[in-house]
Design a protein around this ligand. Structure first.
Ligand SMILES: [Zn+2]
Length: 158
C-alpha cells in the first residue's frame, strides 16, 4: 500500500484521479497490458492522467511508489474508468480526485525538469524526444530539425 498520494504528474501527464486498490477489491486476472511480452498483473495503484498533447487520457498501472508499470490510452475519463472496472470489479466507487490544476502539474514538472531545457527554444526535457549536448549547451530534436531545414532550404531568390 502506498503511504502517500501520487505526485501532481506521472510520466509528465497531469493526475486527474487515482485509486489505491484495497485488498478486498477483486482482480479479474487479466490486465491485457503486456510489457516485454509479460502481462502486468495486479497492481496496488491506478491513476488516470491527462495527456496534454493529444488531450487524451491515460490509465496508469502503478506500483506502490507510483512508478508507472504500464498504461492504456482512452478518449475519456469514463472510458478509462470502465477499463479499470473490468480489471478490478467494484473499483469505480474508490476513485479520488486530488484536484491538481494544470498550473500545479506544470510547476511540479518545472521543478523536476527545470534544469534540463533546450538552450535554443527552452523546451523542457519531458516535451522533447532527445537532446544533443555540447559543453554546457543542449539542443533538442525539434531545433535540430528546424535548423537543418533552415540551412538546407533552397533560397527563394538564389
Ligand atoms: Zn529546442
Amino acid at each position: 500500500m502506498p503511504n502517500h498520494p501520487p505526485p501532481p504528474a506521472l510520466d509528465c501527464a497531469r493526475v486527474i484521479e487515482y485509486v489505491v486498490i484495497s485488498e478486498s477489491v477483486e482482480f479479474s486476472g487479466h490486465t491485457l497490458l503486456f510489457v516485454d511480452s509479460k502481462e502486468i498483473g495486479r497492481v496496488p495503484c491506478l491513476a488516470i492522467c491527462e495527456e496534454a498533447e493529444t488531450l487524451g487520457f491515460l490509465l496508469f498501472h502503478c506500483d506502490d511508489e507510483w512508478i508507472v508499470l504500464g498504461c492504456s490510452s482512452h478518449d475519456s475519463i469514463e472510458e478509462a474508468k470502465g477499463r479499470a472496472e473490468k480489471i478490478y470489479p467494484g473499483l469505480s466507487a474508490c476513485w479520488v480526485n486530488p484536484g491538481v490544476t494544470r498550473e500545479q502539474a506544470e510547476k511540479y514538472l518545472d521543478e523536476r525538469f527545470g534544469e534540463q531545457r533546450c538552450s535554443f527554444c527552452g523546451k523542457r526535457a519531458d516535451k522533447i524526444e532527445h537532446f544533443v549536448h555540447r559543453n554546457s549547451a543542449r539542443i533538442c530534436n525539434f531545433c535540430i530539425d528546424e535548423f537543418h531545414e533552415m540551412i538546407h532550404k533552397p533560397k527563394a531568390n538564389a
